[in-house]
Design a protein around this ligand. Structure first.
Ligand code: CA
Length: 442
């Protein structure tokens, strides 16, 4: 059962009016963390909390002694230029800070509401802010946790044997590249690479022709584990700080030629985009559900090794959507087109299992490491999380409202991924946008 407290109360309202709009991603029940600076200023970057159309300046509030109940260590961590130090402190300090910030922003708390000077200092319009990568990401790992995605991709290459024998026993992953992780809104340069047509004798080298997105959810590691130590399943929630949307840009032609025997390399290392606001596990608590996709004994699932057995519900009910807009659509002011809609509960492995399996060897995870789920694909055609699956390798192109069609991404295309949680009895919360425009190869 979810552990809910006063911060989740659906009836809570903020004195920041834009947070009370019905479809707002950032109501007072969400309070996701990011790092920002005032646009055009030379201010050092600082931690902020998204609230409605505004950002609450956290170090400003710490310096004015407005955050009741937080420890001196937490106060210090909240004044850092990235979230790593705060992430290292674990769930309890995160929950305390959440309660304190929630109280300050509630409609019936006068401290800031009735003090124009303080409010001016601590509430910044999102339009006036530049959002930065919120975490110094030391390491990035990408998994393959959707069985529908694995089956679809597998069946294109191995029609008789789509799912490899290990799939239902361990979460398959690979070590990704942290240096090329960029914040939503960063343009993506079409990569160069090697590709080889099946009937060609030699590979070619040039701009990728089969550029794709992958809709994923990622999570940041909290305190983490020492080298040689494992994280047990029951400890996993303490080590997961919060989640973001991830777009694992992928060059399919490069991938096809290079991936054997060691997995993807240049096909994926040129860029990965994340959404700017980290939605904490506390905020997601009303949406924590049974991990429904995998059930021992059902659907032919084999028994799990003991270390991967769930000790609590760790599924998350998150709706995920991909939109596409071409340069021509933007020129004609056409709305972005919905390409797919799925749900994170369809994943075969939970984020807790990804984390625990990563440390099973004694590999140390550090605060701020990013672990991504792999493409989130559901059972149906319209819930497939990449173009490779959505157009079935280009066999079923998507018709865009500008009259063109898409097998893979063209220069000028913008991919917009959105994610949100909603259900009766809880406040709707969202992740904001994760977007990027494709630039021609340089
Ligand atoms: Ca991926």
């Amino acid at each position: 059962m979810p552990n809910l407290d006063q911060t989740h109360d659906r009836s809570l309202r903020s004195w920041i009016e834009s947070a009370n709009e019905p479809d707002c991603d950032f109501p007072i029940q969400n309070l996701p963390l990011g790092v920002f600076r005032r646009r055009g200023s030379s201010d050092p970057p600082g931690i902020g909390v998204a609230i409605g159309q505004s950002i609450f300046d956290v170090p400003g509030a710490v310096q004015a002694n407005l955050l009741a109940g937080i420890s001196p260590e937490t106060a210090c961590a909240l004044c850092a230029p990235s979230l790593n130090q705060f992430m290292s402190q674990g769930r309890e300090s995160c929950s305390t800070a959440r309660q304190s910030i929630s109280h300050l922003l509630q409609a019936d708390t006068p401290t800031l509401r009735d003090n124009a000077e303080l409010r001016e200092r601590m509430v910044v319009s999102r339009a006036d802010a530049e959002l930065l990568i919120p975490v110094q990401i030391g390491d990035y790992t990408d998994f393959y946790a959707s069985i529908h995605h694995a089956r679809n991709i597998g069946s294109m290459f191995r029609p008789d044997n789509p799912l490899l024998p290990n799939y239902k026993h361990l979460p398959v992953g690979y070590h990704g590249r942290a240096s090329s992780i960029v914040i939503s809104g960063t343009a993506i340069r079409r990569p160069y690479g090697q590709a080889k047509a099946d009937d060609a004798q030699l590979p070619t080298f040039g701009p990728s022709k089969l550029l794709d997105y992958e809709l994923e959810m990622g999570f940041f590691v909290g305190p983490g584990n020492g080298l040689g130590h494992r994280i047990a399943m029951r400890e996993a929630p303490e080590h997961i700080f919060g989640m973001v949307i991830v777009n694992d840009w992928s060059a399919r032609d490069i991938q096809k030629w290079e991936y054997q025997p060691l997995g993807p390399f240049n096909a994926k290392n040129f860029a990965t985009t994340i959404s700017p606001w980290v939605v904490t596990l506390d905020a997601l608590e009303p949406y924590r559900v049974a991990d429904a996709a995998r059930g021992e004994g059902s659907g032919g699932d084999p028994p799990l090794r003991e270390y991967l057995k769930p000790t609590d519900d760790m599924g998350y009910d998150i709706t995920v959507e991909v939109y596409l807009t071409s340069q021509l659509m933007r020129d004609r002011e056409l709305e972005p087109m919905l390409i797919s809609r799925g749900n994170f509960t369809e994943m075969y492995w939970t984020i807790a299992q990804l984390l625990v399996h990563h440390t099973a060897s004694g590999c140390n995870l550090r605060p701020g490491d990013l672990l991504a789920s792999g493409t989130v694909s559901g059972r149906t055609e319209d819930s497939r999380g990449c173009l490779m699956e959505r157009t079935w390798r280009g066999q079923n192109p998507i018709q865009l409202p500008d009259g063109s069609n898409r097998k893979f991404l063209q220069d000028g295309d913008e991919v917009i991924i959105r994610a949100y949680c909603h259900k009766d009895g809880a406040a709707r919360i969202g992740f904001g946008d994760c977007r990027g425009v494709i630039l021609p190869a340089g």
